[in-house]
Design a protein around this ligand. Sequence first.
Ligand code: SAJ
Length: 415
Amino acid sequence: MGLGYIGLPTAITFAEYGYQVHGTDTNPAVIEALNQKSTLHIEEPGLEEKVKTVIESGSFTFSRAPEKSDAFIIAVPTPITDDNRANLDYVESATEMILPFLEKGNVVILESTVPPLTIEKVMKPIVESRGFKAGEDIYLAHSPERVMPGKLFQELIENDRIIGGFNDISGRKAGELYASFVKGNIHYTDAATAEMVKLMENTYRDVNIALANELARISERIGADVWEAIRLANYHPRVNLHQPGPGVGGHCIAVDPWFLVEAAPEEAQLIKMSRYINNDTPFQVVNRVKEMMDDFGGKKLTVLGLAYKGETGDARESPSLVIVNELIRAGYDVSTYDPYVQEGYSHQAASLEEAAADSDMLVILTNHKQFSKIDFSTIGEQMEQKMILDAKNMFTAKQIRQHGFHYYQIGVKQS
Ligand code: SAJ
């Protein structure tokens, strides 16, 4: 149920490992794309070839409506509302959609990331509204997806799996399914704990990134080099600081901590503050750009990297979009370039050269490997002024300054 970033690769993997899989998505465009053996907007290495193979072998079928099955896996989006609360409409409607097809003995697994107690408070009542007894007639479980975009297929198979059963037997039944392809360990727990595990993992990262971003601001103020300080601190055997950057994007780490805030607003103080710090970080980058442009004069800016992180074409919730919009609002002439992001965002140039022509400053926001190969002397010749703000610490001052550029980093006071 749900053929998006997680549902589709999961469906394909089950099909590859011997199951007959029927995929369902309520969006007709998704089904239409699959009819053409294409995957719409999902950019993931290997995905398109795999889709073709399982469709052609007959092990993967798809339609807008579900069919009778032994097991149902729900992988639908759980977005946040404007006031940072979980919107569980898709989880509810997917569960309701399978009701007419449910039979005693079926397994129903929720993979979507959800606030604690969603299995207990949302799914169980829907399933039981049909007269089934959860844990006896229908085996309910939560098995949170934890795979990294860009490495989905590898991580689906190699990562450990958490299975949170509504009761023991529900967990065991769900675990048997994943055991067909998971090479990592399968860990069993109860549903509420599994729900917490997933949220804690992404919150751990969000809070640590907020700490790194705060340390960057402190370093800038006092005149230290945050990157060097983090590198040195991480030699300590019990320290593992994260990296600062232009902000936190993607639809996981920037969203999931809010589910914990919603569950326990009084207690989740550090988590809430971390969200605010990370959301504010793109605006700090914009301030830095403005300061530099004020110092040197200039009007045109080139933003390199729209994707929310390196080696992906996914720009949704990317801090780059916030930064680009703010810079445009501030009156700059902005052009953007990202080799992975398909057209659809404003001010995109077709090439790096086009984006940099007559520009006063390059603003590097995503650490795509391709950017590390930029020939700065050639690019510099086409620019009006030679300035770089490297928000991802991709280069060293020495590398860049030899080409006559002024080099700036976040977390480092300009000397
Ligand atoms: N980032 C930093 N500094 C860092 C690390 C990341 O600024 O030190 C930024 C990135 O640039 C990006 C954002 O944070 O904008 C998130 O990137 P990410 O690579 O940390 O994570 P995601 O969102 O791509 O995937 C995460 C993963 N969770 C964990 O690593 C705990 C993945 O395993 C999950 O499956 C995924 O969320 C999810 O679906 O929840």
